[in-house]
Write a protein that binds this ligand. Structure first.
Ligand SMILES: Nc1nc2c(ncn2[C@@H]2O[C@H](COP(=O)(O)OP(=O)(O)OP(=O)(O)O)[C@@H](O)[C@H]2O)c(=O)[nH]1
Ligand SMILES: [Zn+2]
Length: 308
C-alpha cells in the first residue's frame, strides 16, 4: 500500500506520484464508489490516493482509496448532463495572469474568474504581466486597479518575463504549493512559467502542454512539479470555468465587498438591481463598491460570460 498524488489523468489511467517521487501508472479499482460529488469523472489531478502496487516491472498500480478533498474545481460537463466535470482537486491557490494591454484583459474577465475561484474557495493572486511594455504613465494606470483588487483581499504582483520584474517574488509565492495557473490566450502564460521554472522541460518533458498553441481538445488537466513539492496545474478546460449551478441570488456572495453588506439589504433575497433599500446599490452610489465590479456583477446576472 502506497500513498500518492495524481499528477496526470488521461481518462482511465492516472499518473500517480508516490512519496518518494516515483511515478506509477494507475487504474481505479473495479468497483469504486465515491460519495458526495456527482461528477462525470471520478478522480482528477491533485487528488490524494492510496494504491496497491500491481507490478513493479510494469510500473502499474491500482487505486483503492481517495482522501477527502480540500476543494476542487469543475466545469459543466461538455455533454450537458447534470454532472460536472472535475478538473483538479486540492488546490492551494490560483495565479491569474492578466495584461492591461497587448492584449487587454477585461475587468469583466478578471471578476468572473474571481467569482468562480471564490465559489470553489481558492485564494487568488493576480499577476499584472508584461510590465516592460508600459511607460511610466502606463505603469501608473495599473495602480488603481491593483489597489482595487488588493483591497478586496486578492494578491497582486507586477511581472515581466523580459526584465525579470516580480519573478523572485512569484517563485516565493509558488514555493511548496499547488497552484492553478490561468489567463487568456496571449497573456504570456507559457513564457512566464518557463521564466519562473527554466528547468521545467528537463524535469518533466511535458512542457509542451504549456506551450501548446493548438485548440484545446483534451479536457484533462496536468500537474507540473517545478521544484520539490511545488506544483503548477494547467487545465485546458479552465477557460470554460463557469458559474456551475449558481443561483442568481448566490452570485453576490462571491463578491467579498457585497457579501459583507448582504444582511443590510431590506430583502434577504435581494438581487441588488432595483429593489428598495438595497445596501449594495447604496454602496455603489457612494463609491464604496467600484462601478466596474458592480457592472461585472450585473453582467453575470444576465448570463454575460465575459470570456473574451
Ligand atoms: N513584452 C512582453 N511580452 C511577453 C512577456 N511574456 C510573454 N510575452 C509575449 O507574449 C506573447 C504570448 O506569450 P505566450 O507565452 O505564448 O502566451 P500564452 O499565454 O501562453 O498564450 P497561449 O499559449 O495562446 O495560451 C509572446 O509573443 C511572448 O513573447 C513579457 O513579460 N513582456
Ligand atoms: Zn441589495
Amino acid at each position: 500500500m502506497a500513498k500518492g498524488l495524481i499528477i496526470r489523468s488521461t481518462g482511465s489511467w492516472y499518473d500517480v506520484r508516490d512519496e518518494e517521487g516515483h511515478i506509477w501508472q494507475a487504474r481505479l479499482k473495479g468497483k469504486f464508489k465515491i460519495k458526495g460529488l456527482q461528477t462525470s469523472n471520478p478522480l482528477a489531478v491533485g487528488d490524494r490516493v492510496s494504491m496497491e502496487i500491481e507490478s513493479e516491472t510494469e510500473n502499474t498500480a491500482v487505486i483503492d482509496r481517495i482522501e477527502d478533498r480540500e476543494n476542487y474545481i469543475a466545469r459543466a460537463s461538455v455533454h450537458k448532463t447534470a454532472q460536472a466535470h472535475l478538473l483538479a482537486a486540492n488546490l492551494d491557490q490560483a495565479l491569474l495572469i492578466v495584461t492591461l494591454d497587448f492584449p487587454r484583459t477585461s475587468l469583466g474577465f478578471i471578476d468572473r474568474f474571481l467569482v468562480s475561484a471564490e465559489s470553489f474557495r481558492i485564494p487568488v493572486t493576480i499577476a499584472f504581466h508584461k510590465q516592460d511594455i508600459f511607460d511610466e504613465e502606463g505603469r501608473d494606470q495599473h495602480q488603481p486597479i491593483m489597489d482595487l483588487y488588493a483591497g478586496l483581499g486578492y494578491g497582486t504582483i507586477r511581472t515581466s518575463a523580459f526584465t525579470g520584474e516580480g519573478i523572485d517574488e512569484l517563485r516565493a509565492f509558488l514555493r511548496g504549493k499547488i497552484t492553478l495557473i490561468s489567463g487568456h490566450s496571449g497573456v504570456g502564460k507559457s513564457t512566464l512559467v518557463n521564466t519562473v521554472a527554466p528547468g521545467l522541460e528537463l524535469r518533466t518533458g511535458e512542457v509542451s502542454t504549456f506551450a501548446n498553441k493548438g485548440v484545446h481538445t483534451t479536457t484533462f488537466a496536468e500537474m507540473f512539479e517545478i521544484e520539490p513539492d511545488t506544483f503548477l496545474i494547467d487545465t485546458p478546460g479552465i477557460k470554460e470555468l463557469g458559474l456551475i449551478d449558481m443561483e442568481p441570488a448566490e452570485i453576490s456572495h462571491y463578491f467579498p465587498e457585497m457579501r459583507e453588506l448582504l444582511n443590510e439589504c431590506r430583502f434577504h433575497n435581494c438581487l441588488h438591481i432595483n429593489e428598495p433599500a438595497c445596501a449594495v446599490r447604496d454602496a455603489v452610489e457612494e463609491g464604496r463598491i467600484a462601478a466596474s465590479r458592480y457592472h461585472s456583477y450585473l453582467g453575470m446576472l444576465e448570463g454575460n460570460d465575459n470570456r473574451r
